[in-house]
Ligand binder design. Structure first.
Ligand SMILES: O=C(O)c1cccc(C(=O)CC[C@H]2O[C@@H](n3cnc4c(=O)[nH]cnc43)[C@H](O)[C@@H]2O)c1
Length: 207
């Protein structure tokens, strides 16, 4: 049984591609693991996993960068996101937000399921279609879900793995704080370096 590594963009796995000398393609099969680049967002992620996820995989590792709501977490910190919620899935009723659970249409909250001992801080995250960038939205999300991190794919990966009963793990490195958009404040290079260092060691230990 194999591990499938999943990320939204190739850029987020730059050093992993280099380290393992992988071909520059969106789906890579190698002896010990496969790798899938899905594209950004939960729809692209669900579509790509619909094509490639199968019972030949015993573990899916979702890797990427993320925003942090918590300013005590330094940019570049690598975290194990063990819980993730589809934050926008539901309905507005004036100022009230009704989740998909409230509406009676299913679940919005998913968890990682691996038994692996991961030596990283564990946090809970949210998954969004629209990167949060206003004080009003930040306040609402903290009041409603109290997330530590925000990404655009995490809960979709957990969802797909749950459907096929495949173990899953989500490891993300903090590239920015969730705040009114200012890309000059993002430390994408540092986040990607730290994420890839962790991933290369993890894959190395797996074999
Ligand atoms: O501009 C670049 O050089 C660059 C290089 C690699 C990746 C990116 C991305 O923008 C990746 C998008 C990816 O990042 C996640 N992300 C990061 N911060 C946040 C956030 O504050 N809120 C939501 N998502 C975030 C997300 O999962 C995207 O897939 C740029």
């Amino acid at each position: 049984m194999k591990t499938l590594v999943v990320a939204a963009t190739k850029a987020e796995l730059t050093f992993l591609y280099q380290h393992f000398n992988l071909p520059d393609t969106d789906f890579v099969e190698s002896k010990n693991f496969d790798l899938l680049i899905t594209g950004v967002g939960m729809v692209a992620t669900a579509f790509a996993l619909g094509r490639y996820l199968s019972s030949k995989y015993s573990l899916v590792v979702n890797l990427g960068i993320a925003g942090s709501f918590d300013r005590d977490i330094a940019l570049g910190t690598v975290l194990n996101i063990t819980e993730d919620t589809f934050a926008e899935l539901g309905a507005e009723n004036e100022d009230e937000f009704l989740t998909i659970v409230d509406l009676g249409f299913g679940e919005n909250h998913y968890t990682s399921t691996t038994a692996e001992n991961i030596n990283l801080p564990t946090v809970s995250g949210i998954t969004v279609n629209c990167v949060t960038g206003s004080e009003k939205s930040i306040k609402n999300l903290i009041n409603r879900l109290n997330p530590t991190t925000e990404s655009m794919e995490g809960a979709a990966v957990f969802y797909a793995c749950k459907q096929l009963n495949i173990k899953s793990l989500q490891i993300r490195s903090i590239s920015n704080y969730v705040e009114p958009r200012n890309k000059d404040n993002w430390k994408i290079g540092l986040a990607i370096k730290n994420l890839n260092d962790w991933a290369i060691a993890f894959i190395g230990e797996m074999n």
